[in-house]
Design a protein around this ligand. Structure first.
Ligand code: HEC
Length: 228
């Protein structure tokens, strides 16, 4: 019986040494962390100094020429905005008129509320390539790269329903999305949306145009030369 008592006592001292043995001792080594997760990150926290930079500020000032989100900068210094000053707020949408909604009353409207020029189409092509081509593809066939990553049923612009669709409805799809397509209204200002609509029309026309759409004096360049 006594034997068991001494064994139990011995185990008690071993336990005591294991739990309390090194308390109060200092160690230069970092503590052992079994699950460090992402507790330690060499990052700058907001409002905290950092000796990484010569001026010891953690937060950096914006680079010269930075334009706040939602604003645009003038084209050049000699050409500032007359009323707005340094920056001008970008018009994402305001008002209930055709230009802002694509609607006349409760009907989709067709036509462009700004002049359709070569510059507008170029702008539309650029914006389309940035915002739309990942899904709709460079030529609007609905075969953009997003399809390879599992996005299904991306609309092709070369279906009759979209060929005859009102310009205003396409404008609205860009602004507010449709079914599984999210809206781009918060990223694409009003004029750029119309530029994209114009470019979508150009893509559609590129698949359906006939020789009669070519100005008469340019046609000869496209027609087959007479065969010998
Ligand atoms: C993230 C992928 C994605 C992007 C980016 C995208 N779309 Fe779409 N779009 C879709 C999908 C998916 C559909 C089909 C939605 C549906 O089921 O009706 C669609 C449908 C459409 C339609 C047809 C709507 C209808 O009435 O049937 C138009 C027009 C369109 N997109 C234009 C655009 C334009 C212009 C842009 C660029 C501003 C754009 N999309 C950007 C995925 C995208």
């Amino acid at each position: 019986m006594l034997r068991y008592f001494f064994i139990a006592l011995g185990l008690f001292f071993v336990l005591l040494a294991a739990v309390a043995g090194f308390r109060g001792q200092k160690s230069g080594k970092p503590p052992i962390e079994i699950f460090p997760d992402m507790d330690h990150q060499p990052k700058v926290k907001a409002q905290v100094p950092s000796n990484f930079f010569a001026d010891d500020r953690g937060n950096r000032l914006p680079v010269a020429g930075t334009v706040p989100i939602g604003y645009e900068a003038p084209v050049s210094k000699d050409n500032p905005f007359p009323d707005e000053g340094k920056y001008r707020m970008v018009r994402y949408a305001s008002g209930t008129d055709y230009k802002n909604t694509g609607r006349f009353g409760d009907q989709w409207g067709t036509g462009f509320p700004l002049p359709v020029t070569a510059e507008l189409l170029q702008r539309g092509q650029e914006r389309y390539t940035i915002y739309c081509s990942v899904c709709h593809g460079a030529s609007g066939g609905g075969n953009g790269v997003a399809g390879q990553y599992g996005l299904v049923a991306i609309a092709s612009f070369h279906q009759d329903r979209l060929r005859v669709m009102a310009d205003g409805e396409i404008y609205n799809t860009i602004a507010h999305g449709k079914n599984t397509m999210l809206g781009y209204g918060a990223k694409i200002p009003v004029d750029d949306r119309w530029a994209i609509v114009a470019y979508v029309r150009a893509l559609q026309m590129a698949q359906t145009a006939t020789i009669n759409d070519v100005p008469a004096d340019e046609r000869a360049k496209l027609e087959m030369p007479p065969q010998p």
